[in-house]
Structures are given as C-alpha cells and as structure tokens.
Design a protein. Structure first.
Length: 308
C-alpha cells in the first residue's frame, strides 16, 4: 500500500511539475518592460507593445508576427520597408514580447480584435498595407476578409491557414485533450530551444534573434499562449477567407520559402486555386525564417509589387 501511495505521489508530482515551473516564472510587468522599445496601448484584453519604424511620412504598413517570435522578427525588414516609403507599425501579439498575456482562447476573433483596436488607438482607419508572417499571415488573412475596404494590399509571408507541420508536439495539442496540453507544457521549451539553436549560425538580419527568441521562455504565459494559439488561430482553415479576399479584389502578394518545412510549398497551389489574382513568389534556399534569413529577397519581391 505504501509503495502504491509513493507511486501515485510521484505521478502527481510529474503531472504538476510543468505547471509549477510555469507559475514560478516572472510576469511580464512594468519591471520587465523597463527596457522595452516603443510604446504601449491599453486595449480591451490588456497592454499591447508597439513601435513605429521606417519612413516618417508615407503609406502605412502594419506587420503581424507569428506563433512564437514577437515583433522583433520584423527588425531585418523594416529598413527595407522604410526605403520603399512605408511608415511601419509593428506590435507584439498578446502572449508574446512585451504585451500582456490574457487567458482564454486565441482564435481569429481574439487576434483580429487586438489588431482592430490597435489601429483605432493609433488613428489608422484605412488604406494600409497589411503584412502577415506565419501565424500572422492567418491573422492578416482573417482581418482582410472582414475589412477589405481598409486595405491597400495584403502581403503574406509563409502564411499559415492552408496547412502546416509544426511537429508531433503541436500536432498532439491540435487534436485536443489534456494530455497534449501537458506534453506541450512539459517539453515545448526544450524543443523550441533546439529549433532556434539550429539557426544560430545562419546569416541573419536580426541581431541576436536566437537569444531573443529563447528569452521568451523566461516569462509566465508565453508557453500557454503558444498552446492556445495552436488550438485556435493556427488550427483554423482559412480557405473561405481567401475566397472572400479574392472576390473583394484586394491585391495579394504571397511569398514562400522553397525549403520551408513548417508551411509546405503545396499551400502555394492551394492559394492559386482560391485566389487566381494573387501574385506569388518563391525564395530559393529559404526556410521558414525567411523574414530574417532572406530579408533582402523579401523586400525585392515587395518592391516589384509596389511598381505595379
């Protein structure tokens, strides 16, 4: 009987350990934000960190980052966007970077509302170029389908919403259930460190991006936000939204990495069927991190769009 109790106690500790470790992490609070660049907007679900970069005047480009890497993922692209004449607004999605970590589902409604409120807070009511990278491509797609009249054009960089492969851990989470969530809470940090470390020796336009990415793991709420987004935004099929965008005639440019193992190149064919007017570019040799590994090529693809 004693051995059974000991085994049950050990199992309970094993189950609780990932959540205890998460609870002991520091909060993203005012102390943590002392070194934050940019400013903050108080929105309905919490504080949102944002920065204005690029040109001081000109058309507005709004950039939406992906699942795990906050707004600094755009640091290698913003100089090029500024050179194209854009005033560039980048921001941290809830659960990432310097923004708050509200609980609850993180689906398209959650992220579109954050973007809509931030634009209202900044006095931006339309004629924007909206860029979305990875999961941010899903957010941008959902926003464009709802508010096509507010967009000048839509740029999708390795966008989610038409298929993805985030690996076995994320696949387990997307299937639902407490076991998948526990496994993600327990093992995501190690998997994330290994994945980012593999890019450390690549030529990268964002200084120190690997350390910045891994630094996200320090703060409470980041891993739960990733889990909630996999269950929500990342798992949404956006084919209908792409059809709606096609009918609205919003100009679309999609940029893909030839070697991307997370967003398969087959999504390019799916988008072509859903929106025949969409322009598409493939960057040779680029994986999923093309915003910071192939920044010049991404800007070149956009420069061609601007000429039309």
């Amino acid at each position: 009987m004693i051995w059974l109790l000991l085994i049950l106690g050990l199992l309970a500790l094993l189950v609780a350990a990932p959540y205890v470790i998460e609870a002991l992490k520091p909060r993203m609070d005012e102390r943590a934000r002392r070194s934050a660049p940019g400013k903050f907007a108080d929105l309905s679900r919490g504080r949102t960190h944002y920065r204005w970069l690029g040109a001081t005047r000109g058309p507005v480009a709004v950039c939406v980052h992906g699942l795990t890497t906050p707004s600094f993922v755009w640091n290698g692209l913003t100089p090029g966007l500024g050179a194209l004449g854009f005033r560039v607004l980048i921001y941290d999605l809830y659960g990432r970077g310097y923004s708050d970590r509200p609980s609850g589902p993180q689906d398209s409604a959650f992220f579109v509302t954050q973007l809509e409120e931030l634009l209202e807070d900044q006095g931006i009511d339309g004629d924007i170029t909206l860029l979305g990278y990875s999961m941010g491509g899903s957010v941008a797609t959902a926003f464009a389908a709802l508010f096509p009249e507010r967009l000048r054009q839509l740029v999708l960089i390795a966008p989610a919403g038409l298929g993805h492969d985030l690996g076995p851990l994320a696949e387990r989470v997307s299937q639902g259930g407490s076991l998948g969530r526990w496994a993600m809470q327990a093992f995501f940090a190690r998997s994330f460190r290994e994945g980012t470390e593999a890019e450390r020796d690549l030529p990268i336009s964002v200084e120190g991006i690997v350390d910045l990415q891994q630094g996200e793991l320090r703060y409470r709420g980041f891993v739960p936000a990733v889990i909630a987004s996999i269950n929500g935004m990342v798992s949404e099929d956006l084919r209908e939204e792409h059809r709606d965008i096609s009918q609205s005639r919003v100009p679309v440019l999609a940029i893909w990495g030839r070697e991307d193992t997370i967003i398969p190149l087959s999504s390019m064919g799916d988008l072509a069927q859903l929106n025949r007017a969409a322009r598409q570019e493939v960057i040779e040799g680029a994986g999923h991190g093309l915003t910071y590994t192939h920044s010049d090529e991404v800007i070149h693809a956009m420069r061609d769009l601007m000429r039309d």
